[in-house]
Design a protein around this ligand. Structure first.
Ligand code: FE
Ligand code: FE
Length: 195
């Protein structure tokens, strides 16, 4: 396979057909299209989150959790802006493509709120569950995108995606800490009271 590729490249005139990152041009343009489509997808997801996070904050009981949602809402606004910057660097206008996965994750979060009582630690546990699933989806997406940007030789874009990736990871860790330090224990007591 490797030999065939080398021969092919030589016939086409060596490195002239290769991009800066060493990926053949034809493959690069296909990959770039895929990459751009995925940027549109996460752009929709982040914009959707700017509408969902205020509702999650309102549904939360613990002040610590409310604050975490507020902080991440502000960060999410920056994630949207960074993606708009990336569209600019790609010479594209910012365009959102519906992300079915994020829509589903948010719906799941809403049903958790419907199924739990207001003002309970159990609802907070549920909200943390839902929020961490969202963060993990974003971590997977930004991890993949930043790697792909590097492969495509888009180093500036890779750096921008890396900044957002770091914030998603921090948020995930913060939510774990909030759950572990207080809320899970409170929720366990709630269950005993109802018995
Ligand atoms: Fe985000
Ligand atoms: Fe996030």
């Amino acid at each position: 396979m490797e030999k065939a590729t080398k021969k092919n490249t030589q016939e086409k005139g060596g490195n002239a057909t290769k991009s800066k990152a060493g990926v053949p041009e034809e493959a690069r343009s296909l990959l770039l299209k895929f990459f751009t489509d995925e940027i549109k997808d996460i752009y929709w997801a982040e914009k959707h989150l700017t509408k969902a996070l205020p509702k999650m904050k309102t549904a939360a009981t613990s002040e610590e959790l409310q604050l975490a949602f507020q902080t991440h809402l502000e960060q999410t606004g920056q994630h949207v802006q960074r993606l708009e910057k990336i569209f600019g660097l790609l010479d594209q206008k910012a365009q959102a493509k519906k992300c079915d996965a994020m829509e589903g994750l948010i719906k799941e979060g809403e049903s958790i709120v419907d199924d739990t009582d207001e003002g309970t630690a159990t609802r907070d546990v549920g909200l943390i569950f839902a929020a961490q699933k969202v963060e993990h989806y974003e971590i997977a997406t930004y991890g993949g995108l930043s790697q792909l940007a590097t492969t495509l030789g888009l180093d500036e874009i890779a750096g921008i995606l890396g900044e957002t990736l770091a914030e998603e990871k921090e948020t995930d860790e913060l939510l774990s800490e909030i759950a572990e330090s207080n809320i899970n224990y409170e929720a366990a007591e709630e269950e005993e009271k109802t018995k």
